[in-house]
Design a binder for this molecule. Structure first.
Ligand SMILES: [Zn+2]
Length: 417
């Protein structure tokens, strides 16, 4: 079975059909979750699943499954997939690749009459992007009980339409009993959405997990006063120490290897030309794959910011708004991906994912792993998002080998052929 390969032509043609549903003038895709475009894509996807003789199910979150039975019908499934929704004016690969490459893998198994010991399920997750309904990864989070059904159903888009209404409107409100339950592994092929593979000149990214992060709000409180009469030495300007803090937060990444910090939002009060700012609030996004180092970085940041506040005689308050620990993927899946890349003679490297993916939540119900392929210039969530055809082919070939391994492909002898 070593020579078994996916069909590059067929996979690219399938991706091209998807790329036409919600296409933008600049070559991107605008296919928000549960819209008319998403409905069209879902119908097309189901047609493909049925053509591949898969049994189709839709669950209460609108997730679509296509199941290929294994010899052991009661055995746990090997699940593959990602999402067909996109950002507004997003790219045509993002999650689409993971879903359609999974379909291609099953087509190859069918063409070659390969039986597997364990059943295989392809999944298209609803609303991964979070562009129409926040937060992202809503439906995989639902499967993992990260969000309750009531919470998911009550999420509203900007026009006040709830998630449940949107599901009903496009005819994709399925049943709870259709959710995937008995699942051993989940594997997601995805574009990297970052520049590392391209920079390191590697084709296959073996994803070790998803980087954790903390969102913190920092408030600096000084005193508002008139810009004219107040002497410099009598001011409690909140913005000057805040500016120093922002620089310190950026410099902290030089102290701790692998740390990423971003200040993305700043509010100045009262934000008036001739008034000394009395209050500044800014956000910090802080990421590191090592949970302990990330917590250490937060402590260090607090110390440094407190010192700056003290020197400027202002108050400083730091609150954590949200945090998500690093999710580590299954060693068995990581090993299987590595073996596949080696066997196919593709260059590979291990790395962590910066962004979240459905795999993050699937990791709590299945032994999970992800395969990355390079994104040209690290660009994604953009119409210019691009991955090379040759890398798409290689990523899908790795996925095929991993499925043959984990779903336990039976040899011709075992089948009795
Ligand atoms: Zn994605």
């Amino acid at each position: 079975m070593d020579q078994l390969k996916i069909s590059r032509k067929r996979l690219l043609e399938t991706i091209a059909v998807s790329a036409a549903i919600g296409a933008t003038a600049n070559g991107g895709l605008h296919r928000l979750a549960l819209t008319e475009e998403d409905r069209k894509m879902r119908e097309q996807f189901i047609t493909w699943l049925k053509e591949a003789n898969l049994e189709v199910r839709i669950d209460d979150f609108g997730n679509i499954y296509g199941r290929r039975e294994g010899r052991n019908a009661d055995g746990p499934a090997i699940a593959l997939g990602s999402h067909l929704d996109t950002q507004p004016c997003g790219g045509k690969y993002d999650g689409v690749l993971g879903v359609l490459a999974a379909l291609e893998v099953v087509r190859v198994l069918n063409d070659n009459q390969i039986e597997t010991e364990l059943p295989i399920e392809i999944i298209n997750f609803t609303n991964e992007e979070g562009a129409r309904f926040t937060p992202p990864m809503l439906a995989s989070g639902g499967l993992a009980n990260e969000f309750t059904k009531d919470y998911i159903y009550s999420r509203k888009d900007e026009n006040g339409i709830t998630f449940k209404e949107a599901l009903e409107n496009i005819g994709f409100l399925g049943e709870e009993k259709n959710r995937i339950r008995h699942v051993k592994h989940f594997i997601e092929l995805h574009i990297e959405q970052g520049p590392i593979l391209e920079k390191e000149n590697k084709t296959i990214g073996i994803v070790k997990g998803i980087q954790g992060n903390n969102w913190v709000t920092v408030k600096v409180i000084g005193q508002t006063n008139h810009a004219g009469p107040t002497p410099m030495e009598h001011r409690k300007d909140a913005l000057v120490p805040a500016a120093k803090m922002i620089i310190k937060i950026n410099e902290l990444t030089k102290e701790i290897d692998g740390l990423k910090t971003t200040v993305g939002k700043v509010y100045v009060k009262p934000n008036v030309t001739n008034v000394i700012p009395g209050e500044v609030e800014f956000s910090v996004d802080i990421r590191h794959e090592d949970n302990e180092l990330r917590m250490y970085a937060l402590e260090r940041m607090k110390e440094q910011l407190s010192t700056i506040a003290l020197l400027h005689d202002v108050e400083m308050d730091m609150t954590t708004d949200w945090h998500s620990d690093t999710v580590e993927f299954s060693p068995a899946v990581i090993q299987s991906i590595k073996n596949a890349a080696d066997k196919l003679n593709y260059s590979s490297m291990e790395l962590f994912s910066g962004p979240g993916h459905d795999a993050k939540y699937m990791a709590s119900i299945a032994e999970t792993g992800m395969i990355f392929i390079p994104s040209i210039n690290g660009i994604s969530h953009n119409e210019e998002e691009l991955s090379l055809d040759s890398d798409i082919e290689k990523g899908a070939n790795v996925l095929l080998q991993v499925v043959l391994d984990l779903a336990k492909a039976l040899s011709k002898k075992q089948i009795g052929a």
